[in-house]
Design a protein around this ligand. Structure first.
Ligand SMILES: Nc1nc2c(ncn2[C@@H]2O[C@H](COP(=O)(O)OP(=O)(O)OP(=O)(O)O)[C@@H](O)[C@H]2O)c(=O)[nH]1
Ligand SMILES: [Mg+2]
Length: 276
């Protein structure tokens, strides 16, 4: 973050120079800003939601683009908590009500239309599906597409099985860096969404709220939802300060979310010199 700070301080210095010395000492040249040609260091997500300097913001977005341009493949499906894959990478889980658009968002982020299975029928995803982002042997981040909660039509036993799996996973996964908690931009917050936020808070799992289906939300309603969700974030210590409004249909917010998640990825072994 040195480069952003340097740019801001340089402007402040200029204001302080009201009475210049007779012979001003030459200013040391500012350190060169690294060109965002190769992957930038992990983004500072809070900058993306605030008044970050434009060049810095472009560099963070580029880091997200580069990360998600890497191959992504399905690696594992778990139906039981005792069958989770071993964890080797930082993990991000996509969580939300049935039909909110979790699988679609995984596809939009990775630019693959059929990686995760999307369906009109709620309850499509019935297990924890694990996807590894990065070349084989050089994985950077695991994405986990979760079964949805709040699916009224499911049989009671099925519901309990899925939700038990989901909650056990959320509570007990040490490499889980963040939960992307997805709320449909077009409909009001449900009791199950509030319960999910409570659970994440109690389990101290950091979560980031993402609004989905912005393409088909009325602008007035979307603004209302954004304000409502900002309130949830203020009230909850486990909530990430930046809320991202997305559409998997028209790509709204996808670049920004990629950059946010790139902050959590394992470093590229080619850049850190740790590659075998
Ligand atoms: N208009 C619009 N529709 C979307 C968007 N994202 C997903 N959908 C639609 O919403 C429906 C459900 O999408 P999925 O991605 O399967 O939702 P899910 O949350 O994975 O659902 P479950 O696996 O059942 O929990 C599908 O018909 C998608 O085409 C979006 O950004 N905009
Ligand atoms: Mg799904």
């Amino acid at each position: 973050m040195a480069s952003s700070g340097a740019a801001t301080w340089a402007e402040d210095d200029a204001d302080d120079m009201a009475t210049p010395p007779a012979k001003p000492a030459p200013r040391p040249a500012p350190p060169p800003r690294p060109a965002p040609v190769v992957e930038a260091p992990p983004p500072a997500p809070e900058l993306l939601g605030g008044p970050a300097d434009a060049a810095e913001r472009r560099a963070w977005l580029e880091a997200g683009r580069l990360l998600f341009a890497r191959p992504c493949r399905f690696t594992y499906a778990s139906q039981r908590i005792d069958q989770l894959p071993a964890f080797t990478l930082p993990e991000v889980a996509f969580c939300g009500r049935s039909n909110v658009g979790k699988s679609s968002l995984v596809n939009a982020l990775t630019g693959q239309k059929t990686l995760a299975r999307v369906s009109n029928t709620p309850g499509r995803t019935k297990q924890l599906n694990f996807f590894e982002l990065g070349e084989e042997g050089r994985g950077r981040l695991t994405l986990v597409d979760m079964p949805g909660y709040g699916y009224a039509q499911a049989a009671k036993q099925v519901k309990e099985d899925w939700q038990g799996l989901m909650f056990d996973y959320l509570r007990g996964r040490p490499n889980l860096m963040r939960v992307v908690l997805m709320l449909d931009a077009r409909i009001e917050t449900k009791a199950s969404d509030l319960a999910a936020m409570d659970l994440l808070g109690e389990a101290a799992v950091p979560f980031q709220i993402v609004l989905t289906k912005a393409d088909s939300a009325k602008p007035y309603w979307l603004r209302k939802r954004q304000e409502e969700v900002a309130g949830f974030v203020r009230e909850r210590a486990a909530a990430h300060p930046v809320v991202v409004t997305t559409s998997s249909e028209d790509g709204t917010g996808i670049e920004e979310l990629r950059a946010e998640l790139a902050a959590l990825a394992a470093p590229d072994p080619r850049l850190t010199g740790t590659e075998a």
